[in-house]
Design a binder for this molecule. Structure first.
Ligand code: MG
Length: 481
């Protein structure tokens, strides 16, 4: 049996419901350099725990997201786009560096993410998108949740960002109550003593989370307006809809989806404000905006968690619901509007952005990302054919083409920590079976053999590094002075 995957074609359609699918011939579209415009502005809007099925344009029946829906109509809706981990810290390390977190020490089998007592963070030897773009004169801002280390040496301002405004770790940390999960069902700002920082200073504690999305948006608009004369990179990482859910007065009790819907609809409003600002400042044609999320929905929080739509499982696991994200690219007059089914990943942003900016991507290390320009501009097939699915430091699954092999499975975060090993691995055809229901391993030993070879090749590139998530601050024992 042949092991070769069918030639992948870019099927593009208008994003509206009911539009017919059609294959668009590849065309040479105006790239930034061809346009005499070598340094486009780059904006990443990164959500926290937003599920694949949580936007109107990705099929949610009651969450209203008119701005994101329009963004998808005007740009590209990507239906096979992955975060590189199923929880916050490793996923953020990946988007910032273009490298799987196993290479930077930002994933662990001991602790899944960084906590307020963590002593580790993104090593200074790693090169972030902001650092890669700096030689090309980019102004850089990080607004929102960082979660790559809260100690000064790990903060965004020491990783290539000119400024930082946001919370250094998750909005559910520093829980001050004794009521456990009860605090999440009726969240109050004072229950979570999370600091709000500007650059390296704490300016508010606890952060008023009710107004946080609104304030991140105001900061983003201000940054865009202040830097419109030079190229800029804005990383706007909302800390919602991660639980506990907070929303401003204007959105509270307004969504048919309840509090979770209020929160997502406020993020949608924020996206609208960003796009409106770009238009108002005549930056629309010179700015690529990417919208995506760090991992899937936190299903164990019931109605306070989102939905992965037709995908299996959610946050914390390596089934599709844990890592496939609702993703939109928009860059008027540059990228062809439509639906892209090619594979992509947050890993790919660093190499793609470097190419768009004319900047050099790091060459002294393995970069797991690929340059997505062929898929964005329609000049060729999407270059990503492989995706590795890690849980902690363990490789659980691999996708090659439309086939995904699960060597180990484990359900979502907190739901069931029992590992199941599979030999032969479970095999799903994600094109036919996006919900990963029907194991076809016995019919495709050749595909499994091919994926095993990819695993061997991949593992040969790994170099042991220090586990940054396992390191804890030493508590000072008061009795010892
Ligand atoms: Mg998250």
């Amino acid at each position: 049996m042949k092991t070769k995957q069918p030639t992948r074609r870019a099927f593009i359609k208008t994003a509206g419901a009911g539009a017919a699918w059609f294959a668009v011939p590849r065309f040479l579209h105006a790239s930034s350099s061809l346009n005499g415009n070598p340094s486009p502005n780059l904006i990443v809007i990164f959500c926290d725990d937003l599920g694949y099925g949580d936007l109107g344009v990705f099929g949610h029946p009651t969450i209203r997201t008119p701005h994101l829906d329009r963004m998808a109509h005007e740009g590209q809706k990507w239906t096979n786009f992955y975060a590189a981990a199923s929880v916050c810290t490793p996923s953020r390390a990946a988007i910032m560096t273009g490298r799987l977190p196993i290479r930077s020490g930002m994933c662990s089998d001991q602790r899944r993410v960084l906590f307020p007592d963590s002593a580790g963070g993104l090593p200074s030897s790693e090169i972030t998108i902001a650092e890669a773009l700096k030689p090309k004169g980019y102004a850089t801002a990080c607004i929102g949740k960082w979660h790559l280390g809260h100690l000064p040496q790990f903060l965004p301002t020491n990783h290539g960002f000119d400024s930082y405004f946001g919370i250094p770790y998750s909005n559910d940390m520093d829980n001050t109550t004794k009521i456990g999960r009860e605090a999440f069902w009726r969240p109050k700002t004072e229950y979570f003593n999370v600091p709000l920082m500007r650059n390296e200073e704490i300016i508010e504690r606890p952060a008023d989370q009710n107004t946080i999305t609104k304030r991140y948006t105001e900061e983003a608009v201000k940054f865009i307006k202040e830097n419109k004369e030079k190229p800029f990179f804005l990383y706007l990482a909302h800390n919602l809809p991660h639980v506990p859910l907070f929303t401003s007065d204007h959105f509270r009790n307004t969504s048919p989806r309840g509090l979770y819907g209020d929160v997502v609809e406020e993020i949608d409003w924020s996206v609208g404000r960003i796009l409106e600002t770009l238009k108002g400042e005549s930056l629309d044609q010179n700015t690529m905006v990417v919208f995506t999320s760090d991992n899937g929905p936190w299903l164990t929080y019931d109605q306070h968690g989102g939905s992965a739509g037709l995908l299996r499982e959610g946050k914390g696991c390596t089934f599709e619901g844990g890592m496939r994200e609702p993703t939109i690219f928009r860059w008027p007059d540059h990228i062809k509007p439509g639906v892209v089914t090619d594979m992509g990943s947050t890993l790919d942003l660093l190499p793609t952005f470097c190419k768009l900016a004319g900047a050099d991507a790091p060459e002294d290390r393995v970069i797991d990302g690929v340059d997505l320009r062929p898929a964005l501009f329609g000049t060729g097939p999407g270059p990503r054919d492989l995706m590795f699915f890690y849980r902690g430091q363990q490789l659980y699954a691999v996708r090659k083409g439309e086939y995904k092999a699960h060597f180990t499975t484990e359900l979502s975060y907190y739901k069931d920590n029992k590992k199941t090993y599979h030999d032969p691995p479970l095999l799903y055809h994600l094109g036919h079976d996006p919900s990963e229901k029907y194991d076809i391993a016995k019919d495709h030993p050749d595909v499994i053999a091919d994926i095993r070879r990819e695993v061997e090749k991949h593992e040969a590139t790994l170099i042991p590094v220090e586990d940054q998530l396992a390191k804890r601050l030493v508590k000072i024992n008061k009795q010892d002075g």
